[in-house]
Ligand binder design. Structure first.
Ligand code: 4AD
Ligand code: MG
Length: 478
């Protein structure tokens, strides 16, 4: 390439005329041997290139197919045609890489999301996936910006760990042992002393426990990294590998934690609305189109941007778990036996219950706090009633649980009692327990599922479509 190509986004936003430009990208469409719609990924908008067919031989023109990579120099001029303000009168055109139309799967027509999932290496070439991934990137930046502005320290917690932070046992084991020739101890068990780390290890399900140790030194910290769960859930809300954002703050109680969660999610949503307005406008239109085929009750009750604006402008409803159970027991679907799962104090809320509260009853994001101790993790602070813990879940319309968090148990005796009761080995987590021995203090934190937030913002109904290469049961292609 002779000259450095300029991003199409920049060319279009500068809105100049009669200047030389250089561009490179992939052909979206080629019409009448003359008009190339070029996309380079910097924006969802294509740039129209106009060539004089008589300047090229037929064999060359035949290679300008959808998906081909090209380089062009020319002059940016006012476009006489409809549909675009400017176009490029091409003076130099190079085909960098052809795309055989017989086999190239991303043709200019509507492809189903299922089909595109099988072509996950090429789906970012579509307008839809370009938009989703630019939104995802902006959202990640907003996360860091929010914490940076608010004095948080970014901590890289380990990916490989010896502990199960959630105590739920849904872990992927990490080993360097030869599975066909496992070393055994005298009593016939696998001898993990011979494994790489000299102990049993797994991929982390959460960076929380390690983040807590840093919060108890640096005050306000957060992690943002991949987490792994071997739960066999084939749902539109679960991945085996997902990204989680986990702030952890010393001297913060549950009320402060709820304030932080609300302020944080409003900030990152607001940021993306401002920075990715064009992508969001496209995603809103797509959603409207998609939902046309659905029965009325299944459609979103607000267009995408209105829904995002609504979240920004309204205070989240805050109710206790006990109040939530009351509301559910008095609800129509409960009385008409429409809920599949029981509504009983002590039982976990299922997504049908969460969605009823958020979408039907309150029509607003809802934070539920003070859950029964028995259905929540060992590290959550026990309330004086000794039945509930200072847990909180933030529930979003269309998504259900988007954040899970709590005030942490900072009292040594109660923590040890809880660990014993829940069968968590105190010796394994000696360092976590140490925090309660040395300078313990009130502290709180939460985890935001990054992909669930991308789903909420983009309006995509399946979590597999908001991460480049989704990992789920029986699938680790690419
Ligand atoms: O509620 P969870 O399990 O909480 C924790 O892991 C805590 N250690 C967080 C903390 O307090 N620091 O997970 C937090 C969030 C959920 O609310 C959900 O949004 C997301 O992570 N999440 C998943 N997202 C995609 N696929 C999965 N399998 C997920 N499991 C949880
Ligand atoms: Mg949870």
């Amino acid at each position: 390439m002779k000259k450095k190509p300029q991003p199409i986004k920049q060319i279009l936003s500068e809105n100049k005329r009669n200047i030389p430009v250089t561009v490179a990208g992939w052909v979206k469409t080629f019409r009448n041997d003359r008009f190339i719609a070029l996309n380079d990924g910097s924006t969802l908008q294509n740039l129209q290139l106009v060539i004089e067919p008589e300047n090229y031989d037929e064999a060359f023109l035949k290679k300008i197919d959808t998906g081909a990579a090209i380089y062009a120099e020319g002059e940016l001029v006012e476009s006489p045609g409809k549909g675009q303000d400017v176009e490029v009168q091409v003076t130099t055109l190079k085909i960098l890489g052809v795309a055989d139309p017989e086999t190239y799967p991303i043709q200019p027509k509507k492809h189903s999301l299922e089909f595109l999932r099988e072509k996950a290496h090429l789906r970012p070439r579509t307008t839809l996936f370009g938009a989703i991934m630019r939104v995802r990137s902006a959202l990640a930046f907003a996360v860091h910006e929010y914490f940076r502005k608010n004095g948080f320290v970014y901590v890289h917690t380990p990916i490989i760990t010896g502990s199960d932070a959630e105590g739920a046992g849904q872990m992927f084991q990490v080993t360097a042992l030869d599975l066909d020739r496992l070393p055994k101890t005298e009593n016939g068990q696998v001898d993990y002393k011979k494994d790489f780390f000299g102990k049993k290890t797994n991929l982390t399900v959460s960076g929380q426990l390690e983040a807590e140790t840093y919060a108890m030194a640096l005050g306000k910290v957060y992690t943002f990294g991949p987490t792994f769960r071997a739960e066999n859930s084939n749902t539109t809300r679960h991945l085996a590998e997902f990204w989680m954002i986990e702030p952890e703050v010393a001297f913060l109680d549950l009320d402060g934690n709820m304030d932080l969660a609300e302020d944080f999610v409003k900030y990152i949503i607001g940021y993306v609305m401002k920075e990715q307005a064009e992508d969001l406008a496209f995603l809103e239109k797509r959603l409207l189109q998609e939902e046309k085929s659905l029965p009325k009750e299944k459609r979103s009750n607000m267009p995408l941007l209105e829904k995002l604006q609504f979240v920004l402008e309204n205070r989240f409803v805050r109710i206790s778990y006990t109040e939530a159970i009351e509301i559910l027991k008095n609800s129509k679907p409960y009385k008409k036996k429409k809920f599949q799962f029981p509504v009983e104090w002590g039982a976990d809320l299922q997504s049908e219950h969460e969605r009823y509260l958020v979408e039907k009853h309150f029509k607003s994001p809802v934070i539920i706090f003070d859950y029964p101790a028995d259905i929540k993790a060992f590290y959550m602070r026990l309330n004086p009633d000794r039945k509930t813990v200072r847990a909180m879940d933030v529930l979003f319309p269309g998504i259900g649980e988007i954040i899970g968090g709590s005030q942490r148990e900072e009292r040594l005796d109660i923590l040890l009692e809880k660990m014993k009761k829940m069968g968590i080995d105190e010796k394994e987590l000696w360092w976590y327990v140490d925090l309660r021995r040395y300078g313990t203090a009130v502290h709180s934190g939460f985890g935001l599922g990054f992909e669930r937030m991308v789903q909420f913002i983009t309006g995509m109904s399946n979590i597999r479509d908001v991460i480049p290469y989704p990992r789920y049961p029986k699938n680790a292609e690419f």
